[in-house]
Design a protein around this ligand. Structure first.
Ligand SMILES: Cc1cc2nc3c(=O)[nH]c(=O)nc-3n(C[C@H](O)[C@H](O)[C@H](O)COP(=O)(O)OP(=O)(O)OC[C@H]3O[C@@H](n4cnc5c(N)ncnc54)[C@H](O)[C@@H]3O)c2cc1C
Length: 399
């Protein structure tokens, strides 16, 4: 399914990650520390601007290569996949799709080189699954907007130089037309970092509250148009979910590889290889991993084609948008659950050794269930899937 160039990209990326990134991931996890050193190494390889056109300082590749990178990162550390997924999928992608030429020239080279890290701030206490209930407001004052409110659980938030922030600009047009996306730089007055969350899993990926206290953002920093923020957010999340699935695929594959390894090479467990119940577990994992892989790359391919059309301003039918959203929800829900099941099965096969702190499986166990929650819980993915299948869209009469 992948071209020979893409396979070559995978081979080089995997070698680089194993050599340069893998040795330190346990340490960053145990210290709950953002792996800035590793982020810089990835940037130096050009990987932080993977899908950015060469003219804006990127590598000029696409969604498939982003998926390959996230899958390979997922194999070694979900926290690293999360950091990179937020930077590439939730910050850079919406700028490519909705940014003005001025915004692209201003931000993409700096994001691609890793000079600044990207973030995406949608979630609030009352607006997690219910994104339409955003309370952060942006009021027009002269040629600026003044933002007030709090965002929570923002990945990369305390490291980001640029965050895409969603705020209500017109209460009477809400929910669907009243929200606007803003490109907010961390040094803009009134922007600060609040609580830093402590989490059971993906601990090297920092997740923070962002506080906007009369934060002044010039109106040229609107991403897209006034009132189109939800469209920007939901499109970014479509691509983000396909990328998240790629990271989860890497976790599932690694759990399978670990299990095969222990059943074939571990002398102390040599008899295990004969236990048919364990063989059946391995086979079940393999069946799901193969299905997950096909589904992930099929969806990434669809997203790549869809994003190419959006990036050149082509009109895309509403039904096509819904189709993409449905497929991204399907792949996100399915593959994140495959990964969680694979890790649990691998733990059963490894038994006590898999639970030791510092062991990869113990970390995968803490990390994997988070993919079922972020970028929309799997219950919400199921509602998106059902809404499309049953024709229950709220924008039936809209654009
Ligand atoms: C590690 C991590 C990183 C994150 N990074 C970011 C980020 O970078 N940017 C960002 O904006 N957000 C981020 N998030 C937030 C994430 O997207 C939300 O946690 C997620 O969307 C769920 O929202 P919530 O936690 O408020 O859950 P709630 O919306 O409060 O949901 C609670 C439970 O109710 C269920 N539920 C809610 N509504 C319905 C319904 N209508 N029908 C059926 N069940 C329902 C949910 O499935 C869930 O099980 C992150 C979260 C985590 C854990």
């Amino acid at each position: 399914m992948l071209s020979s160039k893409q396979e070559e990209f995978r081979r080089k990326t995997r070698n680089f990650l194993i050599r340069e990134i893998a040795p330190s991931v346990v340490d960053y996890d145990l210290k709950e520390e953002f792996p800035l050193d590793n982020f810089n190494k990835l940037s130096n390889q050009g990987l932080m601007g993977l899908q950015v056109p060469i003219k804006y300082g990127g590598m000029g590749l696409g969604e498939i290569e982003c998926g390959i990178l996230l899958e390979e990162l997922g194999r070694i550390c979900s926290a690293h996949a999360t950091i990179v997924g937020a930077h590439l999928g939730l910050c850079i992608a919406p700028i490519l799709l909705f940014g003005s030429e001025v915004q692209k020239k201003k931000y993409l080279p700096r994001l691609s080189s890793g000079e600044i890290i990207g973030g995406f701030a949608l979630t609030e206490w009352a607006a997690g699954s219910d994104v339409k209930n955003i309370q952060t407001v942006a009021e027009k004052v002269g040629s600026d907007f003044v933002l007030n409110g709090n965002k929570i659980f923002c990945t990369n938030g305390n490291r980001a130089g640029l965050v895409i922030v969603f705020a209500v600009t017109n209460k009477s047009h809400r929910p669907s037309r009243g929200v606007t996306a803003f490109l907010v730089e961390r040094w803009m007055p009134g922007f600060s970092v609040g609580k830093v969350e402590r989490k059971t899993g993906i601990r090297a990926s920092t997740t923070v509250e962002l506080v906007f206290d009369n934060c002044v953002v010039p109106d040229e920093n609107i991403l897209g148009h006034l009132g189109t923020g939800l469209r920007v957010a939901l499109t970014a999340l479509d691509g983000g979910r396909a990328g998240l699935a790629a990271g989860a695929l890497g976790v599932a594959e690694q759990a399978l590889d670990h299990s095969i390894d222990v059943m074939t090479n571990d002398k102390a467990k040599s008899s295990t290889v004969n236990r048919q119940s364990l063989q059946i577990m391995i086979a079940d994992m393999a069946i799901e991993v193969v299905a997950a892989r096909l589904m992930t790359y099929n969806t990434l391919h669809e997203v790549h084609e869809y994003f190419k059309r959006l990036a050149i301003g082509e009109k895309v039918l509403r039904s096509s948008r819904h189709h993409i959203s449905r497929n991204c929800s399907i792949v996100k829900a399915y593959v994140s659950e495959v990964a969680s099941r694979a890790v649990r099965t691998a733990l059963e096969i490894h038994a006590i050794e898999g639970l030791e702190v510092g062991q990869a499986l113990e970390r995968y166990f803490r990390d994997s269930s988070i993919a079922e929650i972020y970028e929309g819980t799997n219950e919400i993915q199921r509602l998106i899937i059902a809404r499309d299948l049953l024709g229950l869209h709220s924008d039936k009469n809209g654009e």
